[in-house]
Ligand binder design. Structure first.
Ligand code: DQA
Length: 145
């Protein structure tokens, strides 16, 4: 049987977690979160691909490259969430469910963050739970697949 593969994609500025506005995003680094996700997936015998890029094109290319390999994906698209129609179209073209994730509760923040361009094409959204949200999002994939 084919080993199940999930991906976690992180968009712009998430490489600065831990030092970036810690009152909003917490003190965990992206590496800390990656470690907890890898241990989650190892325990379940799931292969996990992890990526971060500040470039919109790199996020799209990653989806395209792994289109036929993945069973599901989690994406924290950072500010591209609010602006990227290209990412929206890309997610709509994927044959697997994608969970939208945010560390912060975007609805409780500035108005421009209230719009998510990708919300209409994702399976569901998890936000406001800090780094723990990544595990909740993976768990959500596991429940629906
Ligand atoms: C974020 C929320 C976005 O509005 C913001 O641009 C980010 C991080 C979050 O995880 O809370 O970069 O996606």
């Amino acid at each position: 049987m084919k080993e199940k593969t999930y991906a976690v994609l992180n968009g712009p500025n998430l490489n600065l977690l831990g030092v970036r506005e810690p009152h909003i995003y917490g003190s965990q680094t992206l590496e800390d979160i990656e470690e907890s996700c890898l241990s989650w997936s190892e325990k379940r015998g799931i292969r996990l691909l992890w990526m971060q890029s500040n470039s919109e094109g790199a996020l799209l290319d990653f989806f395209h490259k792994h289109r036929l390999l993945l069973s599901g994906a989690v994406i924290n698209a950072g500010a591209y969430t609010h602006s990227s129609y290209a990412l929206r179209d890309c997610i709509a073209a994927m044959p697997f469910p994608v969970v939208e994730l945010h560390l912060s509760n975007t609805a409780a923040r500035e108005e421009f963050r209230h719009v998510s361009r990708i919300a209409p094409v994702v399976r569901g959204r998890i936000e406001g739970f800090g780094g723990a949200g990544y595990l909740l999002a993976l768990e959500a994939l596991e429940r629906i697949l």
